[in-house]
Design a protein around this ligand. Sequence first.
Ligand code: GAL
Length: 431
Amino acid sequence: MKKSFLLSLLLIFSLIISACSSNSSTEEKPEGNSEGGGDAQAPLDIFSWWTGAGEEDGLKALLAIFEEKYPDIPVENAAVAGGAGTNAKAVLASRMQGDDPPATFQVHGGAELNEGWVAAGKMEPLNDFYEAEGLNDKFPQDLIDMVSKDGNIYSVPVNIHRGNVLWYNKKVFEENGLQAPTTFDEFFEVADALKEKGITPLALGDKEPWTATHLYETVLLGVLGNEDYGKLWTGELSFDDPKVVKAAEIFQKMLTYINDDHSSRNWQDASQLVANGEAAMNVMGDWAKGYFVNDLNLKVNEDFGYIPTPGTEGQFMVITDTFGLPKGVENSEGVKKFLSVLASVEGQDAFNPLKGSIPARVDADIEKYDQYGKDTMEDFKTGKLAPSLAHGSAASEGFLTKVNQSINIFVTQQNTDQFTQDMTAAAVELK
Ligand code: GAL
């Protein structure tokens, strides 16, 4: 494993630990001027990791709406590059620890928000904001629950991403007379057929290790099913349980079908292998659809197809990007104006078609979305929801950091016993 990666993991981990344990210093700060104080013209720095291909177009569309509505409030796009917050989370932790929060920041609903920044006392509750903006019935209750702790709501969801999607190159499948696999057995049959033809069956780009964690969690969901998958995060199901070991074995077998240069590619580079037919399949969240369509000009259901990852039909690995109001910001009223744009039908329908996600709002305009979006909205309504580990919803950042580390080692060494031991040891973080 690369030394620089280990060092950055350590940095993220220690920054998060210290940020989370510095409640006392927050208490000395003013309570975020949330009752109308502060400088109403102070610039808003909007913090995320949405830079570059497939990521930033939606954000820019949102910022443009805000600028048009509120020309007197300067906004700054303070995005830090790196998929899934690889670098942004460390920068954020250091700013939060130094009591220099961004005006608002991207944070996943679930543990990342609630066990992280809310538990550390760093966020303002937004119950009054939800009430004033009439938002309480505008989001699915499951989503509101993901951004709530102890009866208070702490952020506003801008989208719903699906994590358990298998993307495939339509032409490659058609030319080889193959069907998209729905089970692991089918996956391996298809993968063998492709391998024989000299086509890489599965694209992976784990230069940033979260992509391998992303693949692994879809295997966990496919093998365990929704209920047992959920038990992993409460400690009711141990990582050395035979069912979980079986998932690790399947994951290991899948790794024997990936591209050789996986460790030098990021998620976009891996998606590109599928786009140009060098690889047949890729497991990635549906930000990949934003990339395929808006950056690579591919057509949904012509150039690429999509199907739930093996064994996960009827299940929906849910990832929601949300923004809240940190304590101690200069222009809290301005932040609320930004959150109001982000929460609006107009804002969500500008952002999500570009981002690849579906709107978090229940009353968005379905006609603004392509067939993938329409299918995904339906699947969200009918599917069993499962929180993503790789994207911060299922478990604390401390655990996730260790998981990314173990998985990165596993991809190289492919030692299932070692991996099982590492994951079981990491699970003490789950408490
Ligand atoms: C996720 C995030 C998505 C997308 C993806 C790749 O964590 O929720 O919006 O940005 O990372 O960077």
